[in-house]
Design a protein. Structure first.
Lengths: 382, 411, 155
């Protein structure tokens, strides 16, 4: 990269279902919070990228009425309509171009306005799959989960362990939506069955929330903060459509991760980042994510979860914040992962702080069965 | 820091109209492939793709998840959607992708398929635009009649109000709107990809059409077209190898103002004159500065203004500093804005002749690129195009995208 | 933050629908259901066979023409499946199903795509990956997608 870019501020709202707050109120809370954290005012921001969804918000041009709340009045402003982490990529590109030195990415979705599961139905091929009417993000994930279980002999218990880890982790996270400190495998397996083998506690909740992240070029970052979180690498890839891709592996995530690792100069990735915040919309997805990130070989995700490698006290803590299973404000979720990873590096994660975090991985996804993925490698001051 | 030079090396678009013999993914792929072929690149040489349309019009969410494989997936994709300015925002997204240095060759494609609406006049999508954003006012006593008049054609109601503001400010008359509409239809007749083409259209022809909402007539209004347009961006070294005369992106800007007319969620606004368009003035200034253009009136050779309604061609050409405030109608009367005039505006026929909403602002960039490259065929302006400016507006008339293109890179 | 009265508004006073044009390839595919035929598009260069058919190969980017359409046997292998206990109602609510439905991921013989179709005439306990399945057609086929009612285990 031709200039270094750092995260210098972040903020998120408390994620819940249908809180007494408007979209604009949430956006303002997150945007103002991020500016306050960075210790700057809106005048210092050169460009704002909004991340929101027309379909989720039930209104087209979803950023139209958020211009003021996100501090974008008379500023260069645009919008990315994918997971929030992609918004950070676009903001990065704007700073790397040299046209801007600082940027703020503000993502919001009130999942309670309209179900993201219903909307996943609208991403299907309208000429065929949508006419048959059986597919949505959960049923497609269920088919994938069963294929994965059968191929690698993974049990429902092992998959449930991911839910237990993340929902117990979420109990320490003041911003998380779904916190179940006394959760166990039995309770997960007793929750409502949607599409076999996926149950209620295997699915991320529908949350309302906003998150904002402030980025700055190296010069500006050093003026703004003593604790910049540098973006060392990024990679993204969108896979083929559901009918023509390999559902047994998250191939596009593998490609994205490799690119991010290369850019960050990581030779032995699983040993070189100290914590990972990934977007797991379904518990089995987290196991597949371990494999795609190269933390273990194909089919061995179950070993990592069983032996506690990815617990908070393990060698590679994954989702100490609770992940998407803990809170899923849809398009803001990837931004939250980036904010949580930055928090870990800055030592600001309170009760769920992992010790000695120098580098962290953050991941966001969009599309059925994690069709499009983006991976960030973040690092603290050397 | 050394800024990277980025150029458009190829353009592609579908014919625009009611395209019922292709599905949306095929329509997007057609424009994408035409652009890649024009740019002499294969999908393997394309590093990333930027896509956008106005979600809600086509009834498909994140269309590229389904369509992407027809022209490039697996690959990094980025979706940018900003309403009317979508095409311009996608164009900027493609530019920034290469300017960042993360990618060397990027395809940017924008599209819309209005005819997939079951309701008459493509109004399914318009229902989402107009109603969804303003029907909460019914809680405060707004009547459905008022909503419908404001939302007529989604933009017609608002634009009619804006046209009145502009006519008062500039002193132009309805006859000037007729003249712009007629000029656009005549220009469109020279553009094989345009939708409404009327070779010998006169202002009198336009004046015969009925009023929709004063001062706008049926003859003034844009169609709802199906179509897709795409451009391929490349960094300097590759651009010079691939294209004879690349169209260099010299400056971009996209400032946003507060929503005109009602303010955020009808809380009121400080803007009383919809023809002021402050964000357009600031964006143009910033884009020209980045492009190193000090005197746009001398240095800009032609412009593609986003004008689904005719007064906007006059109004925005002033806001991008090609004419004095309120004086564009004089240039129009003198024929300066015709294809062979001194400041050709919308030689392609503009949005008033072809409006696939998601794609329209991208088409303005595409058309300027064609003019710079000398590839605009029958509607090529008969002079050397050294610099061109492409404009887009959207939102509640508070979004703008400005792109300045030229025949040589910024040094 | 303080408790506030938030006005919530739901539903719109109008309903608007969509009608997607399917394109030439899909039109032939769907109309062939009238003759109980399942067509696929075979890439003339790399041989990747798409069902439903499409105009361009996503693997090698070669154009696929109507003459590259091949007829499939209608039989295939079940490579994945799930049992649905709920169904979306079109408004975002999951309604409980009285009887669970099965969805299968099927790879039809001589094709490479996976299609997702309902499974019928089968007990969830008896379904396994790898079993052979075949299409069950409506008595009176009309050239519509609904002509294939479901896939059942093949003998």
């Amino acid at each position: 990269m031709n200039r270094k870019i750092a995260i210098v501020g972040y903020a998120q709202t408390h994620h819940e279902h249908d809180p007494p707050n408007t979209r604009e109120g949430m956006v303002f809370e997150a945007a103002k919070g991020a500016l306050d954290k960075a210790g700057i005012t809106r005048e210092a921001i050169d460009t704002v990228i909004n991340v929101s969804s027309d379909y989720q918000d039930g209104r087209t041009i979803s950023n139209l009425f958020l211009v003021m709340a996100e501090g974008a009045y008379l500023k260069d402003e645009s919008k990315v309509e994918m997971d929030g982490a992609f918004g950070v990529l676009y903001a990065m590109m704007r700073i790397l171009s040299g046209n801007h030195d600082t940027a703020m990415v503000v993502g919001v979705t009130q999942g309670s306005i309209f179900s993201p599961h219903q909307i996943s139905f609208y991403t299907l091929d309208p000429t065929f799959d949508r006419q048959i009417g059986l597919l949505n993000d959960i049923s497609a994930a269920a088919i994938q989960a069963r294929m994965y279980k059968n191929k690698h002999d993974v049990s429902d218990e092992q998959i449930a362990m991911v839910s237990v880890k993340n929902l117990v982790n979420a109990a320490s996270n003041p911003y998380a939506h779904r916190k179940i400190p006394d959760l166990n495998v039995k309770k997960v397996l007793g929750s409502k069955l949607y599409y076999d083998p996926i149950r209620e506690l295997n699915i991320s909740p529908i949350s309302d929330g906003a998150c904002a992240v402030v980025l700055a070029s190296e010069e500006k970052a050093k003026e703004i903060t003593d604790a910049p979180v540098w973006i060392k690498g990024v990679g993204s890839c969108q896979d083929s459509y559901l009918r023509d891709r390999n559902l047994l592996k998250l191939e596009s995530l593998e490609i994205a991760a490799k690119k991010a690792y290369e850019m960050a100069g990581l030779k032995n990735p699983s040993k070189e980042f100290d914590v990972a915040e990934v977007t797991e919309r379904f518990s089995h997805e987290e196991l597949m994510i371990y494999e795609a990130l190269g933390l273990c070989s194909e089919g061995r995700g179950k070993i990592l979860i069983e032996t506690g490698v990815t617990e908070r006290k393990g060698q590679i803590p994954v989702n100490p914040s609770g992940g998407a299973l803990g809170a899923d404000p849809v398009l803001a979720t990837g931004l939250v992962r980036i904010a949580e990873a930055a928090k870990q590096i800055r030592g600001e994660a309170g009760k769920y702080q992992i010790q000695g975090v120098r580098q962290a991985l953050a991941h966001g996804q969009t599309g059925l069965c994690a069709q499009s993925n983006i991976v960030f490698i973040l690092g603290g001051e050397e | 820091m050394m800024k990277r030079n980025v150029a458009i090396i190829g353009c592609g678009q579908t014919k625009h109209g009611r395209l019922r013999d292709v599905n949306t993914s095929e329509m997007i792929a057609e424009a994408a492939w035409k652009a890649m072929e024009d740019a002499n690149v294969t999908p393997d040489e394309v590093d990333a793709i930027v896509v956008g349309n106005m979600q809600g019009f086509g009834g498909i969410y994140d269309t590229e998840l389904w369509a992407g494989e027809l022209f490039g997936a697996p690959k990094p994709f980025l979706r940018i959607t900003t309403g009317g300015t979508t095409g311009g925002s996608v164009a900027h997204g493609g530019y920034y992708s290469v300017a960042s240095g993360l990618y060397d060759v990027v395809l940017a494609v924008a599209f819309e398929k209005h005819s997939d609406s079951k309701e008459r006049g493509a109004s399914t999508g318009l229902a989402h635009v107009a109603m969804a954003n303003i029907f909460h006012t019914m809680q405060h006593g707004a009547s459905i009649k008022w909503l419908v008049s404001l939302a007529t054609g989604a933009a017609t109601g608002v634009s009619a109000f804006q046209a009145s503001c502009y006519m008062y400010r500039s002193g132009c008359g309805v006859k000037h709107l007729d003249m712009v509409a007629a000029k656009s239809r005549r220009n469109a007749a020279k553009n094989e990809y345009a939708h409404l083409r009327w070779p010998n259209c006169t202002p009198e022809d336009i004046a015969k059409t009925e009023w929709i909402s004063y001062p706008l007539r049926f003859g003034h209004v844009c169609p709802a077209s199906d179509g897709a347009s795409a451009v391929v961006y490349a960094e300097e070294e590759i651009a010079k190898k691939k294209a004879e005369r690349p169209a260099w992106i010299k400056g971009v800007a996209a400032y946003a103002d507060e929503p005109n007319l009602m303010g955020e969620n009808s809380q009121g606004t400080a803007i009383t004159d919809l023809s002021e368009q402050l964000q357009c003035i600031i964006s143009a200034r910033e884009a020209y500065q980045r492009a190193g253009i000090k005197n746009p009136r001398k240095e800009i050779d032609m412009a593609e203004i986003y004008q689904p309604f005719p007064h906007q061609e006059l109004m925005f050409s002033e806001r991008v500093d090609l004419f004095d405030d309120g004086k564009a109608w004089i240039a129009l009367e003198e024929g300066q804005t015709e294809i062979d005039g001194s400041m050709p505006l919308d030689p392609s026929g503009g949005v008033i002749s072809t409006n696939a909403i998601g794609s329209s602002a991208m088409q303005r960039v595409l058309e300027c690129a064609l003019q710079v490259m000398g590839k605009a065929g029958k509607h090529q302006v008969p002079k050397d195009v050294k610099n061109a400016v492409a404009h887009g507006w959207g939102g509640a008339t508070n979004f703008t995208t400005i792109t300045v293109l030229g025949d040589s890179p910024r040094r | 933050m303080e408790k506030r009265e938030i006005t919530q508004v739901s539903g719109m006073p109008i309903v608007a629908g969509f009608q997607w044009s399917v394109g030439k390839m899909m039109e032939r595919f769907i109309k062939s259901f009238a003759e109980r035929k399942i067509l696929a598009a075979k890439c003339p260069k790399c041989g990747y066979t798409y069902v439903p058919p499409r105009l361009r190969c996503g693997k090698c980017y070669t154009k696929i023409e109507e003459e590259n359409l091949v007829e499939l046997s209608g039989k295939g292998t079940l490579i994945g499946y799930t049992t649905a206990y709920v169904q979306l109602d079109g408004k975002g609510n999951f309604l409980d199903l009285d009887k669970p439905k099965m969805v299968g991921a099927i790879k039809l013989e001589d094709s490479d795509s996976t299609i997702f179709m309902p499974l019928g005439e089968v007990d969830p306990k008896d379904v396994k990956e790898g079993i052979k399945v075949e299409a069950v057609w409506r008595k009176e086929t009309k050239g519509e997608i609904a002509d294939i009612v479901y896939f059942k285990p093949a003998r």
